[in-house]
Write a protein that binds this ligand. Structure first.
Ligand SMILES: Nc1ncnc2c1ncn2[C@@H]1O[C@H](COP(=O)(O)OP(=O)(O)OP(=O)(O)O)[C@@H](O)[C@H]1O
Ligand SMILES: [Mg+2]
Length: 199
């Protein structure tokens, strides 16, 4: 996983810029799994991608309805499996049909359904940086699964560096991305451990 990269987003706007930087690389059939902390900004990231793909409708959290569909340059499927309790529930929802080769799919809490994901996909892991001075800091790791995603992540990071620098008030610009040092976290609840049971 040497091509994984990480960046700190300092604001909602920066997270949207990161999403927008990924958008031009996405093609029908692509799957992006979003994982990490509750309220870290997964939906905000998808808003950034969707706007850059020409979606004019407001992109909202699919937490309660599980699946939203949008039309932009390509059809977009936006899922949130947080409230589903078993792989069977995910399958009963028509997950395999939702993996539409003509659509781009985003799965929030996708790490809970890894066995159902295709072999090649992009994992975007978002964490609250827990920085008391900067409560809006989010550490975002992009972990490509498959060489093709490695190339896309590389291209995305170059675009994002340019766009983040352009949007920043800082005059001295240094590289925002680093190779992702964050170990894959396992401290969140998954589809099989009682999520959505009222806690
Ligand atoms: N740097 C940031 N990037 C994204 N969101 C941020 C950032 N800083 C603060 N926020 C706030 O964090 C919240 C992120 O909400 P969002 O619904 O995108 O999270 P989520 O990861 O999809 O949550 P959930 O786990 O409930 O699906 C929003 O209220 C947003 O305003
Ligand atoms: Mg969300």
């Amino acid at each position: 996983m040497s091509s994984a990269v990480a960046v700190t987003s300092r604001s909602v706007e920066e997270t949207r810029i990161l999403g927008a930087s990924l958008a031009p690389l996405l093609l029908p059939g692509d799957v992006v799994s979003l994982s990490g902390d509750l309220g870290a900004g997964k939906t905000v990231f998808v808003q950034g991608v969707a706007a850059a793909l020409g979606v004019s409708r407001r992109v909202t959290s699919p937490s309660f309805v599980i699946v939203h569909h949008y039309e932009g340059a390509y059809p977009i499927v936006h899922m949130d499996v947080y409230r589903l309790n078993s792989f069977q529930e995910v399958l009963d929802l028509g997950f395999e049909e939702l993996l539409d080769p003509e659509a781009i799919m985003f799965v929030e809490w996708g790490e809970a359904v890894t066995p159902l994901l295709p072999r090649r996909y992009l994992e975007v892991e978002m964490r609250r940086a827990m920085n008391p001075d900067d409560p809006t800091d989010r550490v975002i790791a992009f972990r490509p699964r498959g060489a093709e995603w490695g190339r896309k992540v590389q291209a995305m990071s170059q675009t994002a560096e340019t766009l983040l620098a352009a949007a920043s008030a800082e005059t001295t610009q240094r590289s925002r991305f680093s190779s992702a040092p964050i170990p894959r976290a396992r401290d969140h609840r998954g589809v099989n451990d009682g999520k959505g049971s009222g806690a």
